[in-house]
Design a protein around this ligand. Structure first.
Ligand SMILES: Nc1nc2c(ncn2[C@@H]2O[C@H](COP(=O)(O)OP(=O)(O)OP(=O)(O)O)[C@@H](O)[C@H]2O)c(=O)[nH]1
Length: 483
């Protein structure tokens, strides 16, 4: 598991070289600050900082778009103090500190882009900060020329910080846009023919369960029959819509699925006799037929996709991970369905290479990749993350389900040695870190938590699952740790 820090998607390594003109201008402005001006700015930050931060985040939390990214505790404990520190760093900087400030602003710009913070909201925040700082300056120095000088200096510094951030933001959004676009092309499907047949079969399986339930004496509650809960429905929500995009067909499939589920919820409990249930069944099957035709049209439309997959394992390439995580984060915000990230690292993999050769190592990687495919659902995303590391994104799961799938994967890997030649069976184990998405808008965080949990699993002795930050009890017989 030796590897450099993960660099996914919009990381700084993809940023253009620093804008030297902008930095020079920044230095010039900072150099022009006189000692009295600096003293005034220090006082405004020191005494007015907490009120500025209160006002800033109070207004942000009132905006529903910002409220999606912020929660009250996070604002109180982390963001307000960090805004005050940032103000101080910006307004009290010396020319020698500009390079660091520039890097910090770029970082913030990248994070905003990853999270998808609307750019007008950032602009509004800057305007509010300036207004409050102006008020603080005028309260101390009145309206004389010296105060005006300080106001102009503050405006210049805040604007230049914003410009640096916006530059990084714009660059990151370009990367995000390009990745999202290419993901649509590549994501879908390892083999379009197979995937098409698989989804037809899943739809049919859902219809059969409907047939079975509706012809039974007691059809039971509607919940387990909902198409949105079926494996087809999960595939459509997590992968179908992401891959085919917002088209007339995908919208129509969503609308028909909602009609099916509404009919099940409303009419199943009151469909007292066999005749009524038969009628309901016929209507639902007619709707399922429409879905079938639409899905067929969607598959016909995508023609020849390249694979976008890791050549050795056929799993998804990690460069698409940010696209998927961003999408799952917004799906969670819109639907309330949680998702989980599993970080999986094979144990002592180096010794397999060292003892049996690199080809045997490759074979082991392919073997584990196929175990991952066999032991996950059609709606899950499987990535080759690095050499002997994999990431699985589990959509629509709670903590218990995620843990169950992770533990199932651990067991499947441990129970299924790699066949090398006719007689050699090589045991392989893996350490797994599981992180539930905790509502934080930056996908790097859930990845980092899964990664930390996986490291914990290594430290705990390997061949185990560690759940990041949880109080739940371990399932019986499972090698699950909490920390
Ligand atoms: N065969 C093969 N080996 C790979 C590939 N990618 C990475 N590796 C090897 O995977 C090994 C990873 O070793 P380490 O990171 O030291 O970790 P480890 O031996 O798995 O030990 P722990 O993770 O601590 O349990 C290195 O020897 C890499 O050369 C690959 O595509 N094929």
């Amino acid at each position: 598991m030796n590897r450099p820090a993960p660099q996914t998607g919009t990381s700084a390594d993809k940023a253009p070289p620093a804008d030297t003109r902008l930095m020079a201008d920044w230095r010039r402005r900072v150099g022009a600050l006189t000692d009295p001006m600096r003293a005034m700015l220090a006082e405004v930050c020191e005494q007015g900082g907490p009120a500025v931060a209160d006002h800033f985040y109070g207004a942000m939390l009132e905006d529903p778009r910002a409220a999606r990214f912020l929660d009250v505790n996070q604002v109180r404990e982390r963001l307000k103090p960090s805004l005050q520190r940032w103000l101080k760093a910006l307004l009290a900087a010396t020319t020698g500190e500009i390079a660091n400030l520039y890097a910090l602003q770029e970082h913030v710009g990248h994070v905003h882009a990853r999270i998808g913070i609307p750019v007008d909201l950032v602009g509004r925040g800057a305007r509010m900060l300036k207004d409050d700082l102006h008020a603080g300056i005028r309260a101390r120095a009145g309206d004389d020329a010296a105060a005006l000088e300080v106001v102009l200096a503050v405006d210049g510094l805040v604007d230049i910080a914003m410009e640096t951030m916006t530059r990084a933001y714009a660059r990151s959004r370009e990367v995000v846009g390009a990745l999202d676009g290419s993901f649509r092309l590549f994501s879908l499907i390892q083999n379009i023919g197979t995937e098409r047949e698989r989804q037809r079969a899943l739809l049919l399986a859902w219809e059969n369960s409907l047939l079975y339930a509706l012809t039974a004496e007691q059809p039971g509650p509607p919940q387990p029959l909902l198409i949105s809960r079926s494996e087809f429905g999960l595939w459509f929500l997590h992968k179908g819509m992401a891959s085919f995009g917002d088209t007339a067909e995908t919208r129509e499939v969503s609308a028909i699925s909602e009609r099916i589920d509404a009919a099940l919820r409303e009419r199943l409990p009151t469909a007292a006799n066999a005749g009524e249930r038969r009628l309901l069944l016929d209507q639902l099957r007619a709707l399922a037929d429409q879905i079938r035709s639409l899905v067929s049209i969607m598959f016909d439309g995508i023609g020849d996709l390249e694979s976008g997959r890791d050549a050795l394992t056929r799993l998804l390439n990690r460069r698409f991970l940010p696209t998927i995580l961003r999408r799952e984060i917004s799906l969670q915000a819109n639907t309330g369905r949680q998702f989980a990230v599993l970080m999986i690292d094979l144990d002592h993999f180096k010794s397999i290479n060292d003892t049996h050769g690199h080809a045997a190592g490759d074979r082991a990687l392919q073997h584990v990749a196929s175990l991952l495919m066999e032991n996950t659902r059609g709606s899950d995303y499987l990535f080759r993350y690095g050499g002997e590391e994999f990431v699985v994104v589990l959509g629509s799961v709670d903590e218990v389900e995620a843990l169950g799938i992770a533990e199932g994967l651990r067991r499947a890997i441990a129970a299924s040695p790699v066949a090398l030649g006719d007689s050699l069976r090589l045991p392989v184990t893996a350490s797994l870190g599981v992180a539930m998405q905790d509502g934080h808008p930056d996908y790097e965080r859930v990845l980092a938590r899964a990664d930390a949990a996986m490291y914990q699993a290594k430290r705990g002795g390997r061949d185990r699952v560690v759940l990041a930050g949880s109080d739940m009890p371990d399932p019986p017989g499972a090698r699950v740790l909490r920390y």
